[in-house]
Design a protein around this ligand. Sequence first.
Ligand code: ADP
Ligand code: MG
Length: 242
Amino acid sequence: MSKIQTIGLRKSYGSNEVLKGLDVSVAEGEVVCVIGPSGSGKSTFLRCLNKLEDITGGTVMVDGFDLTDPKVNLNEVRQHIGMVFQHFNLFPHMSVLDNIMLAPVQLKKAPKAEVRKTALALLDRVGLADKADARPAQLSGGQKQRVAIARALAMQPDIMLFDEATSALDPEMVGEVLQVIRDLAREGMTMVVVTHEMGFAREVADRVIFMADGYIVEENTPELLFGNPQAPRLQDFLAKVL
Ligand code: ADP
Ligand code: MG
């Protein structure tokens, strides 16, 4: 069964159509990486998956919920989906631990002691057990992004979406963040990962989608997509980035 399925997904901003009918399905436990040139619609696609954008046409099913149904409870759907952006958006005035605890306490109304325990375990899992009391400003970019991942995981999502989670990082910090994503993949998390890291996509993805100009131009296993690209557009793109 598909965890995520879009059928003919379209999105326009005014007269500018940026998603031109995307059919994507992601199975439970599958890791799909999305690559493509800047402006091709990758972020817009990801944002449609938890309806951070109004959907212009087609359908988006997530965990059995139809996001284009006006009656769907978006807050409930979004609790199943964790999202990590290029910029971490941590609350600067709160400790790392409080950043992680905020959503589960406020949205899930879970008991604080329990949330705290989970948050500490998550910090340990992303290698930051000693940073619980630090403020975001005291952390490196890579550490902040690992906190942002822990914060998303604190809601116990069954889908994680990553939008260029490493592209704002200094090169030496990319690896530590990719390692956390790699661990999640190994644990069976369903993920859609928009990335510029072709080596990572090749290693971790079950399937890679190449987007250009609002279309899915090609999708395949990483071996075939990188090893035997068919579309000239993809061949050009790979020649530039590899
Ligand atoms: P990518 O993530 O692949 O770089 P985006 O999804 O960010 O691409 O953008 C795709 C297109 O949609 C671009 O032409 C961009 O200018 C346009 N776009 C994105 N967000 C908005 C917005 N909020 N309003 C208007 N146009 C937008
Ligand atoms: Mg983008």
